[in-house]
Design a protein around this ligand. Structure first.
Ligand code: ADP
Ligand code: MG
Length: 698
């Protein structure tokens, strides 16, 4: 049926100019695109109100009545038009600031009109600002009007006379045409099995709902469809990938692993660590290539898991690499590995941007000859000059810092792709993980090593900073160390930088006896390292910094994290920062300093932070507050992340259901060969022309 694929410019009331607006502003080209531009809300025009019913807080309403009189008020330059409007019993003022001449010419005193708008209270009386006015004959009867759709538009579109109302007028006749029926995009057996509304009905009712029940069924169907196809696409490609690529087999647990476990592991593994290592072990001997996401809160011991899995690779004559997003973190990983494995005669190297050219050449050669067994590094590892003899395992720490493309490059470093483990301390809400990383298996470390005391978190207003200084001094005098973190947000970078420097000067004045490090993103790496190193070794007691210290840095002696202007940080960032303390045996504290005036959202964030240490709870809350588009990781994921109707914060159950349905179908018909599944194939092909093929490059 070509109607759906038709260019919108041929629709009644569109034409080339408006079509261009649709194209450029909303990527709407075909009739089908237009129909998938769902209303974002509806207004109730299902009945007429009486003016006596108007109360303080009302939505948009409609009233039937007559204009008794027009009045112009004010000077020529600042004029306003008032119409006294009566429903026969009471009166209300309709007010315009613009288009006055047009209104006076168009509407007549004494004629019956339907007025539509939002009543507001002004100087003790109700009025309606810039109402919509129509004659009752222009409108279908209220019981037919029901819910009116409101469409998202842009400023440019509005200037080109494409406001919500105009879009509604364009869509209305299209919907009429639909009544003849359009081919469904879901197979009949799915519609029947789950009693879903068919596509024709759903499109009609999403735009012009018959009643609230029909609207809700239409929404259900369209949400399901959206989530289902995302899942089917991911899972279909994962299947394809598994078939196409074999995985290296790590057959045995050998000397390296056992020696470390028996002789050098300084503590008991937590049960969660044991469980995760078992899961990875199973993957790496399955013959399939592993693509696993390891989630574990800050301090849960992911690095140790990484280390042991690398030993497993070594036991099977493979090389392993561990990549971190920053040089500081790469250094720290290197040190950690050296301290754990130093006595085991393993060739471990560090490769970062600041590795000297001569050393770099040596490392390159050793990687190629296979002499080097474990390499730790930053982006430097991705470069084409880095070639391995036999890379079997890639571990990526804090993966949300890396783009998909960068990860794909590591993939290509062996003839057969290595096993991949990505680790993150930013817990990803389940729904988001299923969508963003739906092709990865997920392991979770949900337990902290024993003896840790949960960080105590307090919210202070800036007015109480002095009390805080006393507390800082006390902690440092007891031998602890303290972080003070300032926000650094692009738009106001200069200003923030000043805050940081002022903070540093202030601390120097207040604490002349303490030594202070300062770190920020604009520093040269060498200088940054030096400042960090001083704090790590305990030479400095205070660390004044921007969020560059957010990731991974491990100073167990640091017991206080002060976050300045905490209201300017997102939840997951606050949680990450808090994770820098509480790593030793001593009680640790996180102090959130904010201004006195807080938005509702900021207040909620502070409340959540002081209430819980649970990273998953925090990430769920973050998703609800901010929506998925803003969460860390989604931008870099390379996945176009605009859901049209489903909401990952609210539709978790539906998503689960959609995923299970997709799994079910693929289990019975992995290649989607059955005739009843041809619709699915067709839809996947359509999707793929729009979406880059990220499924194979986790
Ligand atoms: P993550 O990378 O998950 O934030 P780390 O691997 O840096 O956490 O571990 C945090 C600290 O806990 C490190 O000092 C590490 O040596 C220690 N650690 C890891 N596992 C255990 C364990 N099972 N028991 C005690 N301490 C542990
Ligand atoms: Mg870590």
């Amino acid at each position: 049926m070509n109607f759906l694929t038709q260019d919108i410019k041929f629709l009644h009331g569109v034409g080339p100019r408006k079509a261009a607006l649709f194209n450029n502003e909303l990527s709407i080209f075909s009739v089908d695109d237009l129909l998938r531009h769902y209303p974002f809300r509806y207004v109730d025009r299902s009945r007429f109100y009486k003016l006596s019913e108007i109360t303080g807080d009302m939505p948009y309403i409609q009233v039937k009545g007559r204009i008794l009189q027009f009045k112009k008020i004010g000077t020529q330059r600042k004029q306003r038009l008032i119409a006294i409007f009566s429903d026969g019993e009471n009166k209300i003022e309709l007010v315009w600031f613009q288009g006055i001449r047009f209104i006076v010419n168009k509407y007549k005193v004494g004629v019956e009109y339907v007025v539509f708008g939002k009543p507001s209270l002004f100087k003790g009386r109700f009025n309606i600002l810039h109402p919509e006015i129509e004659t009752p004959e222009q409108l279908p009867p209220p019981e037919k009007m029901g819910f009116q759709p409101v469409y998202h538009t842009t400023e440019k579109m509005k200037r080109g006379f494409l406001n919500s109302k105009a879009i509604q007028k364009i869509i209305f006749p299209v919907i009429k045409k639909l009544e003849a029926g359009v081919p469904d995009t879901l197979p009949v057996y799915i519609l029947q099995r789950y009693k879903l509304m068919n596509l024709t009905e759903s499109l009609i009712n999403i735009h012009f709902p018959k009643d609230s029940k029909a609207l809700s069924r239409a929404r259900q169907r369209l949400k399901f469809e959206e989530l289902f196809y995302i899942q089917l696409n991911i899972l279909f490609q994962t299947n394809w990938r598994d078939k196409r690529f074999k995985g290296f087999i790590f057959k045995k647990v050998g000397n390296y692993f056992n020696t470390f476990f028996n002789d050098y592991l300084p503590f008991e593994l937590t049960n969660a660590q044991k469980k995760v290592i078992k899961e990875i072990r199973a993957d790496t001997k399955s013959g399939k290539q592993m693509n696993r996401l390891l989630q574990g809160d800050v301090g849960s011991g992911k690095t140790l898991v990484a280390l042991m899995v690398m030993l497993l690779a070594l036991d099977n004559d493979f090389q392993a690499c561990l990549m971190a997003p920053t040089e500081i973190l790469a250094n720290q990983h290197y040190e950690t590995l050296m301290s754990f494995l130093g006595k085991m005669n393993i060739n471990i190297s560090l490769l970062t941007g600041s590795t000297k050219k001569k050393d770099r050449e040596i490392i390159h050669n050793q990687l190629q000859s296979g002499e080097n067994q474990i390499i730790v590094g930053t982006h430097a590892l991705i470069e084409d000059t880095v070639q391995f003899k036999n890379l079997g395992l890639v571990i990526i720490d804090e993966q949300h810092r890396f783009g998909v493309v960068q990860r794909a490059k590591l993939w290509a470093k062996n003839t057969q792709p290595p096993h991949v483990l990505v680790m993150t301390a930013t817990p990803i809400p389940r729904t988001l993980a299923m969508t963003l990383y739906g092709d990865l298996s997920v392991s979770v470390i949900d337990e902290l090593p024993p003896g840790r005391k949960p960080v105590q978190t307090y919210h202070y207003y800036e007015t109480k900073r002095n009390a805080l200084l006393g507390f800082i001094a006390k902690q440092i005098n007891e031998g602890r160390q303290v972080y003070v973190v300032y926000p650094l947000i692009q738009e106001s970078e200069k200003l923030d930088f000043r805050h940081l420097e002022e903070g540093y000067e202030f601390m120097k004045q207040v604490f002349p006896n303490f030594k202070i490090s300062m770190v920020h993103g604009k520093m040269k790496p060498a200088e940054k390292n030096e400042q960090m190193q001083k704090f790590v070794t305990g030479e400095t007691q205070l660390m004044v910094a921007t969020t560059v210290i957010e990731v991974g840095v491990d100073v167990p002696n640091a017991s206080v994290m002060v976050i300045e202007s905490a209201e300017r940080f997102g939840l997951s960032q606050l949680h990450q920062l808090r994770g820098r303390v509480g790593r030793g045996a001593k009680q640790s504290y996180c102090i959130l300093l904010t201004g006195v005036k807080l938005s509702t959202d900021s207040r909620k964030r502070m409340e959540i932070m002081t209430r819980t240490n649970d990273g998953f709870e925090i990430s769920e809350a973050d998703l609800k507050l901010r929506g998925p588009g803003d969460l860390e990781g989604t931008q870099q994921s390379g996945i176009p992340f605009e859901l049209k109707i489903a909401d990952l914060a609210k539709d978790g159950q539906m998503l689960e259901f959609a995923r299970n349905t997709a799994l079910d179908i693929l289990e019975k018909d992995p290649e989607l060969q059955e005739s009843e599944n041809q619709i699915l194939r067709l839809q996947l092909r359509k999707m793929r022309t729009n979406v880059i093929n990220w499924g194979i490059i986790s």
